[in-house]
Design a binder for this molecule. Structure first.
Ligand SMILES: Nc1ncnc2c1ncn2[C@@H]1O[C@H](COP(=O)(O)OP(=O)(O)OP(=O)(O)O)[C@@H](O)[C@H]1O
Ligand SMILES: [Mg+2]
Length: 295
């Protein structure tokens, strides 16, 4: 996909600089612009644990990819509608959302997708209506493939589709995993966060077995990293032991700016362009592209 290679960051002495994950640090090159667009690679942000940075990572990774000229569709797949609100829409006022696209034959994804104020970013919004879908889907034929079918119609219009999942491993999340090429697992750099991951990996493996053999784990992303604590570093060390190179070299530090950006309903990359949080998500976008996780 992308042949650009990361280059090691060296000290004046020639020794490699060690990054926050305990491995040698790299510079990820600026991706060249794309000559043509689509079909999109589809990536789900998944962790059944709440408040780990799924929505924040969807918005800001998506915004960073959009800055690099990638056409991005963000799919809000959480009835709370936090992604929709975070991109400046009022989800409770919307008549047509991802719920209608999934449950009504006559409604297509194109009918529900809205443009955002941000260049190269469209949104397939959600609101509380989606909370009924989990129950209603149970009686559908091919109930795990409903989202996949819905996204198929618009895949050619985008380079990347990011699905922001709700904190659960229920049927909606299984739909997201079935529709996806890759999964990103955001996780707070805290010990108790590690426990949830085993169950998540089991679910991903079941989906690979039964529904979507091509599904890959694109990466594990440490969020809310506190560089001052040994604790954060130990957790990331444990993650690297368990997941090896799947752990993104990029870690997202803890900062209140993310909450401020949410209040402003903007990606941090727009709200505070030069903030370290913006730079971190741009680096994540470049790292993902270097890995072949996005065009
Ligand atoms: N790196 C960070 N530093 C500080 N706060 C953060 C960071 N990332 C996210 N937050 C804040 O933590 C809270 C939870 O983040 P977010 O909503 O992205 O998590 P989530 O996994 O989507 O949650 P849910 O499971 O409820 O959907 C939010 O208030 C957000 O602003
Ligand atoms: Mg969320």
């Amino acid at each position: 996909m992308n042949s650009q290679q990361p280059t090691p960051v060296l000290m004046i002495s020639g020794e490699p600089v060690i990054g926050p994950t305990g491995r040698p640090k790299h510079d990820f090159p600026e991706p060249p612009p794309l000559e043509s667009h689509g079909p999109a690679r589809i990536i789900s942000m998944v962790n059944q644990k709440g408040g780990v940075g799924k929505t924040t990572s969807t918005i800001n990774l998506g915004a960073a990819l959009a800055e690099y000229g990638r056409k991005v569709l963000m799919v809000d797949f959480d009835p709370q509608g936090a992604l929709s609100a975070g991109l400046g829409t009022s989800p409770h006022e919307l008549d047509t959302t991802v719920y209608n696209v999934m449950m009504e034959r006559s409604v297509t994804a194109r009918d529900a997708i809205v443009e955002t104020d941000f260049e190269n970013i469209d949104l397939l919004p959600a609101n509380i209506d989606l909370s009924a879908a989990e129950v209603q889907l149970v009686n559908e034929v091919a109930r795990e493939q409903v989202l996949e079918r819905a996204l198929r119609q618009v895949r050619d219009d985008y380079d990347v589709i990011l699905i922001d999942c709700q904190p659960s491993l229920g049927l909606l999340t299984v739909n997201a995993l079935t529709a996806s090429h890759g999964v990103i697992i955001p996780l707070t750099a805290e010990f108790f966060a590690l426990r949830a991951v085993a169950l998540l990996v089991e679910t991903i493996e079941k989906v690979q077995d039964r529904l979507n053999p091509d599904l890959e784990i694109d990466g594990v992303l440490a969020t809310m990293f506190d560089q001052r604590t040994l604790h954060s570093k130990e957790v990331v060390g444990r993650l690297v032991e368990a997941f090896g190179d799947k752990v993104f070299e990029t870690v997202i530090k803890r900062t209140i700016k993310f909450a401020d950006a949410t209040v402003a309903a903007e990606p941090i990359t727009a709200f505070a362009q030069n903030h370290p949080g913006s730079k971190a998500y741009r680096q994540l976008a470049r790292e993902l592209i270097c890995r072949g996780g996005a065009p």
